[in-house]
Design a binder for this molecule. Structure first.
Ligand SMILES: Nc1ncnc2c1ncn2[C@@H]1O[C@H](COP(=O)(O)OP(=O)(O)O)[C@@H](O)[C@H]1O
Ligand SMILES: [Mg+2]
Length: 383
């Protein structure tokens, strides 16, 4: 942009000197300058055009990425489907053998339709005895998981997970970094499909549920939450559109997200990619509010308090305790104070559940747990 300006300036100065010396006619100088000025804009425009075509190429790529994305497959195929494994449609499917291995589709699918039919009636009456059976709550049965992009002979991230979170119970999930906590929580809302085994909610295999229904039942908040380009209120209400202002307010209170009122337009403030940027702790608290807003039956929280200061964390915990009373929850925790919200604790080490018990039992009997809960571990992690 600057070079042509400078060139024309220089031509003007040099030309004027030459005209004064008589070496150049004034007409020639004027003709040169007007030609140069006339060409200036088209040349600039070519530069813009090149830059814009690059942008357009990138945007087109992205556009087709989205358009070409495979629609997530719904539940398992019915018993009539002879193959017994999924249609091979989404990334989670690449391993292909998922349905055929272990407890995959073949062995379980014939018994599924009756279960699926019986369940809705069961869920409408929470106090109804049918739901209080062995299957009630959130149950992992022989769950094994390997990321779809991992090679087939690598160690699975999760191995033979058997875990039963009883209806209404809160289970804390504790484990070292990389032990598979995030992965385990992501399996519940089916962000990934289990490689083998199954997960049931009140006795229903989540693989047979329509995703929309599953994600209405299960609310989640992750350590690194995503806020969408929308207002704070819309972000909190996402997934529970029927929630009124009163309910949003209550959820924000639980998450100690009163900072919302100090934003320029209160809950109507735009956040996310095209709006105001929030701090990590603020985003976590909005995500937590989003998770608790619809009074979910199942709550999955992956270390949702990690970016909060100790003081705010204590306030959130106190408020969360009330919410947890009415839900079945799986909460990944690092600090003893968060663990104490839970009725029982499951210790995950290297992809296996190595111990289950109350905080005090594990603290007394399990050296790894005691080490994880001691400050020594936290210091090591922060370093
Ligand atoms: N998207 C992914 N693709 C492949 N491997 C992953 C992915 N996310 C996590 N892993 C691997 O899975 C293991 C468990 O990770 P994670 O569940 O995030 O552990 P935690 O939350 O307990 O720290 C780690 O070894 C990690 O490298
Ligand atoms: Mg994690």
């Amino acid at each position: 942009m600057t070079v042509p300006e400078l060139a024309i300036g220089a031509a003007l100065v040099l030309g004027t000197i030459q005209v004064a010396d008589g070496a150049l006619s004034a007409g020639t100088l004027v003709a040169f300058l007007s030609t140069a000025l006339a060409l200036r804009w088209p040349v600039d425009a070519m530069g813009f055009l090149l830059a814009m075509s690059q942008e357009a190429a990138t945007a087109t790529d992205r556009y087709f990425d989205v358009l070409d994305a495979e629609v997530e497959r719904e539940g398992r195929p019915g018993p009539g489907d002879g193959k017994g494994h999924w249609g091979g449609q989404e990334p989670g499917d690449r391993e292909g053998h998922g349905g055929g291995e272990g407890h995959g589709g073949v062995s379980t699918s014939p018994v599924q339709p009756p279960t699926a039919l019986a369940a809705p009636g069961r869920r409408t009456g929470p106090a109804n005895g049918a739901g209080a059976g062995a299957g009630a709550g959130l149950r992992f049965e022989g769950v094994r998981f390997r990321y779809p992009d991992a090679s087939e002979d690598s160690e699975p991230v999760l191995k033979d997970i058997d875990l039963h979170i009883r209806s209404g119970e809160t289970m804390a999930l504790v484990g070292g970094t990389g032990s598979g906590k995030t992965t385990l929580t992501a399996l519940v809302p089916r962000l990934y499909e289990v490689t083998a085994g199954r997960i049931t909610l009140d006795g229903r295999d989540i693989a047979t549920m329509p995703r929309e229904e599953l994600r209405t039942l299960v609310s989640m908040a992750f350590e690194e939450p995503t806020l969408f380009s929308a207002s704070v209120g819309e972000n909190v209400r996402m997934g529970a559109e029927q929630a009124g202002d009163e309910e949003v307010r209550r959820a924000l209170d639980v998450a100690q997200a009163r900072f919302v009122d100090t934003l320029p337009h209160g809950p109507a403030t735009q956040v996310g990619e095209q709006g105001l940027s929030l701090s990590g702790g603020q985003r976590q608290r909005l995500a937590l509010a989003r998770a608790v807003v619809g009074k979910p039956r199942f709550l999955v929280l992956d270390d949702p308090l990690s970016a909060l200061d100790v003081h705010t964390e204590a306030l959130v915990e106190a408020a969360l305790r009330r919410v947890l009373q009415d839900t079945t929850a799986l909460v990944v925790a690092h600090r003893p104070s968060t663990v104490l919200l839970a009725d029982r604790v499951a210790l995950l080490s290297e992809g296996r559940v190595s111990a289950v018990g109350t905080h005090h039992e594990l603290l007394r009997d399990n050296a790894e747990y005691a080490w994880l809960m001691s400050g020594a571990h936290a210091e090591e992690r922060d370093r």
